[in-house]
Design a protein around this ligand. Structure first.
Ligand code: AMP
Ligand code: MG
Length: 396
């Protein structure tokens, strides 16, 4: 049986393959960029006025009485300072007039007007003015041709702004994988049915669908009975039509836990089966020769959810964020397994604490509603003390 760390490495080393598609810019939010984005011009593309006020030539200006000879608005072609001792009113976002190098804010001058004539004095000491101030110099942020965004990053509003500014109305991204969620089990009935005394309503497929919906993925759901021929035939069809399969149930040691054998019959490569963890020990992971990925998760809902949060979600989100929490109560756990305990987090003296909610085990999913995530207690240790820091798998 492999460790949690080894299992995670294997999952990360076997990402699902996706096609590259071109999407309109606004449809690319949340997707993974599949091309480098270059600066088509300098950033900013011209010497840009950064404050509404007055522009002039620092070396030549007459600070006693600055005569204003013109106005440069944003969106106008560049004007030229005719008399180097004078100034030009300028607006934020305008190109700096030719012959000017410095801008003082309106707040720092007192403009006076007599008919057409306009002049100003400073309302601050001239020593406070620095040559070049309030000018956002051409190319000072990025140069034309520079890589602004690397392929592989996740597109968020900041990346959208950058792509809009370089004119990318269409962008190449990795397509969202087609995901099938397949629950198995003869004891399960649909949620609009009244279960018989020995049945339960199915909830795992809804839980996984909801978790995927939170990251913008709409998955298809299926339910299969514990019958070998049905499993073989249906799984064959589903594998052909989807990139990623999330199965729940049927991977343990029960007489009707047919999933691992059926997946082998279907020609899938088993990358691991069983992980030294509680809950979720029977987890199975594998792939098809064409790179489709199959996560077969144990059916107990807490196990299903833990395995999803720990292994599936980071691969789908293309990020593995490591969080830590401080345990607020001693826990003793002797088996040689990584123990994932549901916890509720809270802040105390600026530190994130975790209060364990042991519940009654891997079938107690009502317990999860009190919690925010799982604290990860390593297999190598048996006594976990209040005040010690451990990894945290967040689900809320
Ligand atoms: P299995 O992994 O198939 O042995 O299932 C383990 C336990 O999880 C059993 O008690 C199942 O009834 C329960 N279980 C399996 N699948 C689901 C599901 N889709 N929704 C709720 N409980 C499930
Ligand atoms: Mg089952």
């Amino acid at each position: 049986m492999i460790s949690v760390e080894e299992a995670l490495k294997i999952v990360q080393a076997n990402p699902h393959t996706t096609a590259v598609v071109e999407l309109p810019l606004m449809a690319s939010v949340g997707k993974i960029l599949a091309e480098n984005i270059l600066a088509d011009r300098d950033f900013p593309p011209f010497n840009r006025v950064a404050m509404d006020g007055l522009a002039f030539c620092f070396e030549k200006i007459d600070f006693q009485k600055i005569v204003i000879e013109n106005i440069q608005f944003a969106g106008e072609a560049q004007k030229t300072l005719q008399d180097a001792s004078k100034g030009i009113e300028v607006m934020t976002g305008a190109i700096l007039p030719l012959g000017c190098d410095t801008v003082v804010r309106y707040e720092d001058i007192n403009i006076q007007q007599d008919g057409e004539a306009k002049w100003t004095s400073l309302s601050i000491p001239k020593e406070e003015i620095v040559k070049g101030q309030n000018v956002h110099v051409q190319g000072s942020d990025r140069h034309a041709g520079e890589v602004l965004l690397q392929k592989g990053i996740k597109i968020s509003p900041a990346e959208i702004a950058v792509m809009a500014s370089v004119g990318k109305s269409k962008v190449q991204v990795h397509s969202t994988p087609k995901i099938a969620i397949i629950s198995t089990g003869d004891e399960l009935v649909e949620i609009d049915k009244t279960p018989l005394a020995y049945q339960i309503r199915t909830s795992n497929a809804y839980m996984l669908s909801a978790a995927l919906r939170q990251i913008g993925i709409e998955a298809s759901t299926f339910h299969l009975i514990d019958e070998e021929k049905t499993l073989y035939q249906k799984l064959k069809e589903i594998i052909a039509a989807y990139n990623i399969l999330l199965l729940s149930g049927g991977v343990s040691a029960g007489k009707k836990d047919f999933v691992p054998a059926i997946l082998a019959d279907l020609g899938l490569e088993k990358l691991f089966h069983k992980v030294a963890q509680k809950p979720g020990k029977p987890m199975w992971f594998g792939k098809t020769p064409t790179g489709k990925i199959i996560f077969a998760l144990p059916g107990n809902p807490v196990s299903t959810f833990l395995c999803f949060c720990k292994y599936v979600l980071p691969t789908l989100k293309s990020e593995s964020k490591h969080e830590e929490v401080i345990l607020d109560k001693d826990i003793i756990f002797k088996p040689d397994l990584t123990y994932f305990v549901p916890v509720k987090t809270y802040f105390e003296a600026g530190k994130m604490m975790a209060k364990p909610f042991l519940g009654s085990g891997s079938a107690d999913f009502a317990n999860l509603t009190d919690c925010d995530g799982f604290v990860e207690l390593p297999a190598s240790t048996q006594i976990f003390k209040a005040g010690e820091v451990f990894g945290f798998v967040r689900f809320r």
